[in-house]
Design a protein around this ligand. Structure first.
Ligand SMILES: Nc1nc2c(c(=O)[nH]1)N[C@H]1C(S)=C(S)[C@@H](COP(=O)(O)O)O[C@H]1N2
Ligand SMILES: [Mo]
Length: 402
């Protein structure tokens, strides 16, 4: 184990370093701030670099844009609310929950209009699920572009969502036999709509009003959003105001054009709702270089829209040899799963990769395998194995193999 790597006790604190043991630091010799110094607690000022970031050139302006979560700094599997990635088509509206209503109508026996108070009177569930935008990593189909874990993979986040099962609300309104699809509409300027087949609606979709123990953040759809576990981020309609049961999918412009991929034969690949399994090493990564040879924990995140992560393998030589990583508990269906592997780095250049296998047996493809099927004209659903090139000086570069 690492014990011998740290020789802290051998080095006596100098007079100028009294904050280190056995010295007594200044903050131990005085009183700290009182309670409620910050009525709503904030991270330590020393963590000010741990923030969401956007790529200025990626979108024309910030109202229809995306911010990326700092995966390199996160621990465990829950994304803190202030660091959850954001994707808005028409900016983030500010909605007074008292004035917000959710209408459920269409092919139903008893249409209703619910206030937020009404909604919270239904039985609730709390479930941990990731949300990933299918455009995550989408700028890299033709070659490596971003030397950054945050910008390459930060359009995924994971929270514990609390709300009412959509199936519960559907029982309340009574779906007519012809009802096969549910259209969800947001209250933002985009009035974004998505159609979801009844099978999924009745399975595990949540009408969520809380996130990690508190009300949804405005960025995440306050006061209420849809959480569609394991499905494309865009189906998780935020600022939810309307659910309409219909007999077929509504072919909104967004639905037909925005989230389809152009295949090599010129056809479009659409209705690709489920997010295929994906994994990435979060340490080391371009933002988290190594500091000299020695023992490290290689860590990362894996997830699958089809269920639980079954295994993660790690390669240090660009995919020739693989070792099993350990999965950290809890391993939850359609949630981020953290993996780790102890590694004694000899200081030589290496090509680090992780490969996830989910409970359905799906194996994360190499980029070459994915390109063989999908070509390079896609934007969405790029779930290929990520290669990090570890250089002799400990720095890490995003490279593409094959
Ligand atoms: N009403 C509305 N819902 C929306 C969007 C939007 O612009 N408007 N963006 C969608 C997209 S494309 C994604 S990827 C997810 C992102 O959720 P997040 O911002 O909470 O991370 O929200 C979805 N729901
Ligand atoms: Mo998205």
């Amino acid at each position: 184990m690492v014990g011998s790597a740290f020789s802290g006790f051998a080095k006596r604190a100098s007079a100028a370093e009294t904050q280190y043991p056995p010295g007594i630091p200044a903050w131990t010799r005085s009183l700290g701030a009182g309670v409620v110094a910050d009525p709503y607690g904030m991270p330590s000022p020393f963590e000010k670099g741990v923030i969401r970031r956007n790529v200025p050139w990626l979108t024309a302006e910030k109202k229809s844009s995306v911010s990326f979560s700092p995966l390199q700094h996160l621990k465990g599997i829950i994304t803190p609310n202030g660091l959850f990635f954001e994707r808005h088509h028409a900016g983030r509206p500010e909605i007074d929950p008292q004035q917000h209503r959710l209408m459920i109508h269409g092919l139903v026996e008893r249409p209703i209009i619910l206030s937020m108070e009404d909604l919270q009177r239904f039985p609730s569930v709390s479930q941990i699920h990731f949300i990933e935008c299918p455009a995550n990593g989408g700028m890299e189909w033709r070659g490596a572009q971003m030397n950054s874990l945050q910008f390459l993979h930060g359009m995924v986040s994971c929270a514990q969502w609390t709300g009412v099962r959509l199936s519960t609300l559907m029982q309340e309104v009574g779906i007519r036999p012809e009802g096969k699809w549910v259209l969800a509409e947001g209250a933002d300027g985009a009035a974004m709509t998505r159609s979801i087949p009844l099978e999924k609606v009745m399975d595990d979709v949540i009408v969520a009003y809380a996130q990690n123990g508190e009300a949804l953040r405005p960025e995440q759809g306050y006061p209420v959003r849809l959480v569609v576990p394991g499905w494309e981020g865009n189906t998780n309609v935020k600022w939810l105001r309307r659910l309409e049961v219909g007999d077929k999918p509504w072919m909104q412009r967004e639905e037909t054009s925005k989230y389809t991929d152009l295949m090599p034969d010129g056809t479009a690949r659409g209705f690709t709702w489920i997010m295929d399994a994906k994994s990435v090493i979060t340490s080391p990564c371009p933002e988290m270089p190594l500091k000299g040879k020695g023992i490290y924990q290689i860590e990362g995140l894996a997830w699958s829209g089809r269920g639980r992560v079954k295994a993660v393998d790690i390669s240090m030589d660009g995919g020739r040899n693989w070792q099993k990583a350990q999965l950290q508990e809890p391993v939850i269906s359609k949630a981020l799963t953290r993996f780790a592997l102890e590694w004694n780095w000899d200081g030589k250049p290496a090509l680090l990769q992780s490969r996830v296998v989910d409970e359905t047996g799906y194996v994360q493809p190499t980029l070459a395998q994915l390109k063989a099927v999908r070509g390079t004209s896609s934007i969405y659903h790029k779930n290929a194995i990520q290669t990090w090139q570890l250089n002799a000086d400990g720095s890490v570069d995003n490279v593409q193999l094959g």
